[in-house]
Design a protein around this ligand. Structure first.
Ligand code: MN
Length: 193
């Protein structure tokens, strides 16, 4: 997967975002959802594939409610290390604003738990416009699908499958911005005051 578009949009001297190409995960494939306070608030949904992160911007965010089929706009691949990025992209840079890790975990294809098989099924899914997968996150769990709306277009839907983990009436605004430990401890401190 190419990071050309990603690198062209960013100046490593003026943004703290990771710029290099990580090696990818050794065991399970990673996924991350980053809440991004850019010019318009959105959630970036990213799935690891061959050492990079395939990425979609989801304006309404992911949902655990199968009836909430949310638009997911495919954006440029991001480096694998981006899954750990939480912080501020300074004014004047591409995507300027705060980024919080809203959820993180691993995933595999609905059809296979193997990393190699999942990656080949994911690549086929990107060509065919349909990929079903299982998420093991702190907030997102169970089966999901990405379904492309029109061939050769960047617009997809991110959908929760109606399994035993589905949550009717899921409300993303009821969650804190970040699942990371440092943010949680900050929150506890401020609650004590
Ligand atoms: Mn974004």
């Amino acid at each position: 997967m190419s990071l050309k578009d990603y690198k062209e949009k960013r100046d490593p001297a003026s943004t703290p975002e990771p710029i290099g190409q990580g090696p990818g995960s050794r065991d399970g494939l990673s996924f991350v959802v980053q809440k991004h306070y850019a010019s318009s608030l959105h959630y970036d949904f990213r799935l690891e594939l061959e050492g990079t992160l395939k990425s979609w911007a989801v304006p309404k965010g992911p949902s655990m409610d199968p009836s909430q089929k949310h638009l997911a706009v495919m954006v440029e691949d991001h480096p694998y290390d981006y899954k750990d990025f939480e912080g501020i992209i300074p004014e004047g840079n591409y995507g300027a604003g705060r980024v919080a890790i809203w959820d993180v975990g691993t995933y595999h294809s609905r059809k296979s738990e193997s990393k190699e098989k999942t990656e080949s099924l994911f690549k086929k899914g990107l060509r065919d416009g349909h990929f079903a997968f299982i998420l093991y996150g702190k907030r997102l769990k169970g089966e999901f699908a990405l379904i492309r709306l029109k061939k050769d277009k960047k617009n997809w839907l991110l959908i929760k499958k109606n399994d035993e983990l589905a949550i009717k009436g899921f409300d993303i605004s009821s969650f804190s911005d970040s699942v990371s430990k440092s943010s949680k401890s900050l929150k506890k401190k401020s609650q004590k005051q």
